[in-house]
Design a protein around this ligand. Structure first.
Ligand SMILES: *[C@@H]1O[C@H](CO)[C@@H](O)[C@H](O)[C@H]1NC(C)=O
Ligand SMILES: *[C@@H]1O[C@H](CO)[C@@H](O)[C@H](O)[C@H]1NC(C)=O
Ligand SMILES: *[C@@H]1O[C@H](CO)[C@@H](O)[C@H](O)[C@H]1NC(C)=O
Ligand SMILES: *[C@@H]1O[C@H](CO)[C@@H](O)[C@H](O)[C@H]1NC(C)=O
Ligand SMILES: *[C@@H]1O[C@H](CO)[C@@H](O)[C@H](O)[C@H]1NC(C)=O
Length: 672
């Protein structure tokens, strides 16, 4: 019954479409709101009103203050907080620059998925305000009381928010689309006369290209030529990502002492996370397959030389190499997730999806407190304290960067990180380009309803504790028979599928996707996706432990000091965490054992990403070793070939996302 060849076949046929215009994507995304989180994931992102302390995003209690004539800035305030308390109160954050634009991009998605009337009304006001104040030239801002030249970038995250509003409510198109076309026409003439650009805009051009491609795909309105010309102008005036990601130029270690042959900002972590979209976006208008090859190679280089076992890469402002104490900025975590989803949709290589899932279930929750009231600016793979650091291991960021709080070091991640979970959810289901098939990409508890080709209304709901379970039960209803696809991650060994009442059969995925024949009516199938414990080699002979999508780390026992509490919102606290027990262990890798304590109630605790809560863990035989701290706040590199300084003990490794202080890269020893 399985037709594994059909995916590549349909991709081949769709790949030979028109050479003019935009090349098709391999997979199409569904509009915001079509996919909803279920089960534990619902609890993670959608708090009930009585349970506000669980799962709420910090930024959902941040408001945007719209400009008035006496106070012509956009600014961010807590609900009912005096205007003087707004976050990020300098001009960099005003006038539809970073803060308001980021906030809007993340909050539109949250408002729709949470179905929260307050958030939806705020995002609607924001949208209306910006569009109603478009000036006669087409500029969107507005920018008032500033002598700063008009730079394009600050608008790009706003465009992503506006697109999502149209997706969730197509009636908004009549207002949004003409305003965007008017802006595009202005931007096109600015790009032709060399205005609108500064170094940040030059690195982030691809985000505008994505918006132009959305207009081209869904609302071209006869403007195809100016849209394509603007894409080309953005690329030719922007940074050359095809060279930045070329092996001969790519930095193979921390960059603080290297000279960047291109704009220095291309080695900036967040720019690079966004820049991952540049080559697949370019391919769509150049039809140059080498752009896709370069995108894929660049992705591999980035993780080879700067990658983390948590799935993400290190850049404490700039690319930071492999050492376990160097930092990863929260903004680059969520931007890499978003870019990885886009790379998968354009290129179709399952490696992008595997990594996005790992980042989402490890690096993202690790850098937020379980209740999501505090977040770091920088997380560390080995993190023995979260406090004002002395000395500071980050060459470009402040010593407060790894404190968990409202806006440590910089406020940008407070307003940018809320796009993380919702966009992961939205991108977890796709369709094939012929829209005949539904594709379940990211594994977890979701439900979706959509209409495929020929009016085939389908819905799918996935019941699972994944990634805290190996079993997923999917129920599909369909008007007509069709082929459903579900991603089988590369780490699965001996997985099975049981369709209906048939017995379980071995999986037979093609290009990472298992085809499932679905009949008209209801089809139910159960996937079992076990995986082995695997080891990843890390610097200094250390190892990292994985099983399936989860990376496992020693959760260092900690105490907590409240450093500051916001005067208006007392749940918004800055927290210092200090280790209260030894963390200096080597592990015997032959002793690792996987333990599953499934919740007796059948439901995971909410929140689940906090100490001692996940049902999955791994035990290890360990011994105490001599492992120095550097200064007083961070671990030096793992010692090579350490000798045991004490008797053997058993330690428990927990899913990385549930640890807030941790060792994730261990020295090893052999028991004998
Ligand atoms: C610009 O600022 C000045 C002085 O603060 C103020 O009087 C004026 O109303 C502002 N203009 C606008 C358009 O908001
Ligand atoms: C460039 O084009 C923009 C938009 O048409 C216009 O406002 C601006 O004055 C032009 N600048 C120069 C230097 O020609
Ligand atoms: C095709 O793409 C590659 C990689 O991005 C680039 O080096 C090459 O110049 C492109 N070819 C053309 C004709 O633009
Ligand atoms: C936390 O533990 C550290 C290390 O034992 C200790 O110095 C500090 O006083 C403790 N802080 C609190 C708030 O208990
Ligand atoms: C560690 O756990 C194993 C398995 O439960 C047990 O056999 C062993 O005695 C334990 N070792 C120590 C040092 O506690």
């Amino acid at each position: 019954m399985f037709v594994p060849w059909s995916v590549s076949f349909s991709l081949l046929t769709s790949g030979v479409l028109a050479q003019n215009g935009l090349a098709p994507k391999k997979f199409l995304s569904l509009p915001l709101g079509a996919v909803k989180p279920a089960g534990w994931l619902h609890d993670q992102v959608l708090p009930s009103p009585e349970d506000l302390a669980h799962g709420i995003h910090i930024a959902s209690v941040v408001n945007v203050k719209l400009p008035t004539s006496s106070s012509p800035e956009y600014s961010l305030t807590f609900t009912s907080v005096a205007q003087s308390d707004w976050i990020g109160g300098d001009s960099y954050y005003s006038n539809l620059e970073e803060a308001g634009s980021y906030w809007f991009n993340g909050m539109v998605a949250n408002g729709v998925l949470v179905n929260d009337a307050t958030i939806k009304s705020q995002t609607q006001q924001f949208l209306d305000y910006v569009l109603d104040h478009q000036d006669e030239t087409g500029w969107l801002g507005p920018e008032v009381n500033t002598t700063k030249p008009r730079y394009l970038w600050g608008r790009y995250p706003f465009f992503f928010g506006a697109i999502q509003m149209v997706e969730a409510d197509p009636t908004q198109a009549s207002k949004v689309v003409p305003a965007l076309h008017k802006f595009v026409s202005l931007a096109n003439s600015m790009l032709h006369n060399g205005t609108g650009l500064e170094d940040w805009t030059k690195t982030r051009w691809e985000d505008f290209v994505i918006t132009l491609q959305w207009l081209y795909d869904f609302h071209p309105d006869g403007q195809e030529d100016v849209l394509i010309d603007t894409m080309k102008m953005l690329k030719w005036t922007g940074d050359p990502w095809e060279s930045v990601f070329e092996k001969q130029y790519f930095p193979t270690g921390p960059v603080e002492h290297l000279e960047n042959p291109f704009n220095v900002l291309t080695w900036h972590g967040v720019n690079m996370a966004e820049g991952l979209k540049a080559l697949p976006a370019t391919y769509r208008f150049t039809h140059n397959e080498s752009d896709l090859d370069r995108a894929s190679q660049g992705w591999d280089l980035l993780f080879q030389y700067h990658g983390r076992p948590s799935g993400i890469y290190a850049a404490d402002e700039y690319l930071a190499g492999l050492e376990a104490v160097r930092g990863t900025e929260l903004c680059l975590v969520v931007e890499t997730m978003f870019s990885g989803s886009y790379l998968y949709q354009v290129i179709g290589d399952p490696k992008f999806a595997d990594r996005v899932e790992r980042i989402t279930y490890n690096a993202l929750p690790a850098t937020l407190t379980g209740d999501m009231w505090s977040r770091q600016y920088l997380q560390e793979q080995n993190q023995i304290a979260a406090q004002n650091m002395s000395p500071n291991p980050f060459p470009e960021d402040g010593p407060y960067s790894n404190v968990f709080g409202l806006e440590p070091n910089y406020p940008c991640c407070t307003v940018n990180h809320p796009q993380g979970w919702p966009k992961f959810i939205t991108n977890s289901f796709l369709t094939t380009p012929d829209q005949k098939s539904l594709v379940h990409l990211y594994l977890g508890p979701f439900s979706t309803t959509t209409t495929l080709a020929n009016g085939n209304t389908v819905s799918a709901s996935v019941d699972t504790l994944y990634p805290f379970s190996d079993t997923l039960t999917t129920t599909i209803t369909a008007k007509q028979a069709f082929t459903y696809y579900v991603r089988i991650p590369s780490w699965v060994t001996d997985g099975t599928i049981a369709i209906g009442s048939s017995s379980a059969k071995a999986l037979s995925p093609a290009n990472g996707l298992q085809a499932v024949p679905v009949q008209a009516g209801t089809t139910k199938f159960v996937l079992n996706l076990p995986s082995e414990i695997t080891l990843e080699s890390r610097p200094h002979g250390s190892v990292a432990v994985h099983r399936g999508p989860l990376h496992y780390a020693f959760d260092i026992p900690r105490n907590q000091t409240v450093l500051t509490r916001n005067s208006q919102e007392n749940r918004a606290v800055d927290l210092q965490f200090e280790a209260t027990s030894p963390w200096q262990y080597a592990i015997d890798t032959s002793s690792l054992q996987f333990v599953n304590d499934p919740p007796s109630s059948g439901a995971l605790p909410s929140p689940v990403f906090d100490s001692g809560l996940p049902p999955f863990k791994i035990t290890a035989t360990a011994c105490a070793i001599d492992w120095q701290v550097a200064g007083s706040t961070f671990a030096s590199s793992p010692p090579e070939n350490p000798s045991c300084a004490g008797s053997l003990t058993n330690i428990t490794l927990w899913p990385f996302g549930s640890t807030k202080l941790r060792i994730g890269e261990f020295p090893t020893f052999t028991t004998s």
